[in-house]
Design a protein around this ligand. Structure first.
Ligand code: HSE
Length: 307
């Protein structure tokens, strides 16, 4: 195989109760990436359509993670050329940099005959994620590489746990058309938290994970809460409080900030509830004259895939 086209999905990191450790892979939103072997050694980013991003390999998430991979696979006398059709807006909170960072290493690994494990791909992709967000967090990358919902127990040891995906779960995304840089939205978080908040958050995280194994939607509903990060970040997002009220009133199981925002997600049981939740949130945003994009997605159990 000399060339490959891959779907690089969006993702929802944190899922409210698991800051920097929980993430889920989306199905209906994602970039397309084409990678081919070329005689020129190294990594060349030939084109990026959709959004204005650097074509310089060492400034681009896809390029940096691909270089990290090649650094561990030196004995080849050819290189790779990457074309990205970007559909996930950078700074949207639905894993734009993770899609690029993990897409390139997934594609190159396939072209090389899969010498690297999923865990190793996460390690390479983390380097690409780092240049965009200035922090090593694997919560967006892991569900793309492992599929479904993942827990990053330790991003240094790359101890990543695949969690079950309840069959009736749908995700809604509302993306107000403003940009929030992950590095900025990380800088406003209070680093010192009270132990009572730690207890609340870890109880919810444990209950959330249990609810996935039990497919217990009522427990899931009680546990999608973020008492640590959301109070700070929600201030940056227009209509956050109203949309949360509307989503929960219309039977969403939970509502929160997707990754570092400004996108907001809700989890719903069944497509009917997801449609009602999204319609009511759209009505509110139209009323307030706020530009947004909206999506409904199943959870993508496969993750990155060859097209
Ligand atoms: N866990 C990261 C954060 C995800 O919330 O900053 C960034 O998309």
């Amino acid at each position: 195989m000399n060339a490959i086209e891959v779907f690089c999905p969006g993702s929802v990191a944190n899922i409210s109760c698991g800051f920097d450790i929980l993430g889920l892979c989306l199905d209906s939103i994602g970039d397309t990436m084409r990678v081919k072997k070329v005689s020129k050694k190294g990594i060349t980013i030939k084109s990026i359509s959709g959004y204005n991003l650097s074509l310089k390999t060492n400034e681009n998430a896809a390029g940096v993670s691909a270089l990290a991979l090649l650094n561990q696979y030196k004995n080849i006398d050819y290189g790779f050329e990457i074309e990205i059709i970007k559909k996930i807006k950078p700074g949207s909170g639905i894993g734009s940099s993770a899609a690029s960072a993990s897409g390139s290493v997934f594609a190159i690994n396939e072209l090389l005959g899969k010498p690297f494990s999923k865990k190793e791909l996460v390690k390479f992709a983390l380097e690409g994620e780092y240049i965009c967000s200035k922090s090593y967090h694997a919560d967006n990358i892991s569900p793309l590489i492992f599929g479904g919902i993942t827990l990053v127990r330790d991003h240094k040891e790359l101890d990543i746990v695949n969690l079950p995906t309840p069959s009736e779960l749908y995700v809604t995304i509302i993306h107000p058309q403003i940009e929030i840089k992950t590095s900025d939205s990380r800088s406003i978080i209070d680093r010192n938290i009270h132990i009572s908040k730690m207890i609340e958050q870890s109880a919810n995280l444990g209950a959330f994970i249990s609810s996935l194994y039990e497919e217990n939607y009522e427990l899931l509903k009680r546990s999608i809460k973020d008492v640590i990060i959301e109070p700070y970040r929600s201030e940056l997002i227009p209509e956050f409080k109203n949309l949360k009220k509307i989503a929960l009133k219309n039977n969403a199981l939970g509502f929160g900030i997707s990754g570092s925002g400004p996108s907001m997600f809700s989890l719903c049981k069944g497509i009917k509830n997801a449609n009602t939740v999204i319609k009511n949130m759209e009505y509110q945003l139209d009323k307030m004259d706020i530009n947004y994009k909206s999506h409904i997605s199943k959870i993508n159990k496969e993750g990155l895939k060859i097209l």
